[in-house]
Design a protein around this ligand. Structure first.
Ligand SMILES: Nc1ncnc2c1ncn2[C@@H]1O[C@H](COP(=O)(O)OP(=O)(O)OP(=O)(O)O)[C@@H](O)[C@H]1O
Ligand SMILES: [Mg+2]
Length: 218
């Protein structure tokens, strides 16, 4: 899905070669400040590399219109923005920004259910807890149904049980819909349990790469 060749971003990240496979879950792990979020931002063209080349489906991403790319490659930032208004407003605003048609309340309830957020659509979003806001952010990107999800620590504010439930549902959804998920996580356990491939970044460089994780652990 993505190929990176000799990609450098400031003195923060240098990736000699990396391939991220389509229809798989790839987890990115590594210590704080190692460059994980920077890698996700590069894949979505929120930032551009200083040298080297990034390909999306064999096409240099510099040749793809940024808006067009971001319709297919959607990023959930480490701290998703919550807008004033209701849960429903916050879900629909994602579709509006991406120029996608509105959906009915049944669909909205479905995505809320996927992230275990059992609240009324009319609930004031600003009153939600940190973990609830994080799940609302995740629901908003699921609703966009992109080809690729770039998720920056989507479960960092959640307790272990909620994290497990949500990641399991997300992985199931990915399997059914053939989506590609690239997920930053601090949890090695999450990475080992749910990913097909793990990339470890240390001080801006890939320090380890593990493939076929699920085959090994199941
Ligand atoms: N635009 C920028 N200008 C200068 N330094 C930056 C910029 N963006 C990120 N950095 C620095 O690059 C390094 C990597 O940042 P990044 O956010 O990618 O880390 P991370 O691995 O996601 O960390 P965390 O686990 O804490 O989220 C950090 O030292 C950060 O301060
Ligand atoms: Mg980060």
């Amino acid at each position: 899905m993505f190929k990176l060749i000799s990609v450098r971003y400031k003195d923060i990240l240098y990736i000699e070669e990396l391939e991220i496979l389509e229809n798989k879950v790839t987890c990115i792990v590594g210590e704080s400040g190692s460059g994980k979020s920077t890698l996700l931002r590069l894949l979505n063209k929120l930032i551009s590399c200083d040298s080297g080349e990034i390909f999306y489906k064999d096409c240099p991403i510099n040749d793809i219109n940024s808006i067009e790319l971001r319709r297919n490659v959607v990023m959930l930032p480490q701290q998703p923005v919550i807008f004033s208004g209701t849960i429903k407003d916050n879900l629909l605003i994602g579709l509006k920004f991406s120029d996608k048609p509105e959906v009915d309340d049944t669909k909205l309830h479905m995505v809320l259910d996927m992230v275990n957020l059992n609240k009324e659509l009319s609930t004031d979003a600003e009153k939600l807890s940190g973990g609830e806001k994080q799940r609302l952010g995740l629901a908003r990107v699921i609703l966009l149904e992109p080809e690729v999800f770039l998720l920056d620590e989507p479960s960092s504010a959640l307790d272990e049980n909620t994290e497990k439930t949500i990641i399991e549902k997300l992985v199931q959804y990915r399997e059914i819909t053939n989506k590609t998920v690239v997920m930053v996580t601090h949890s090695k356990k999450t990475a080992l349990s749910y990913s097909d491939s793990i990339i470890e970044i240390t001080k801006g460089r890939i320090s380890a790469r593990k493939e076929n994780i699920k085959n090994e652990y199941q």
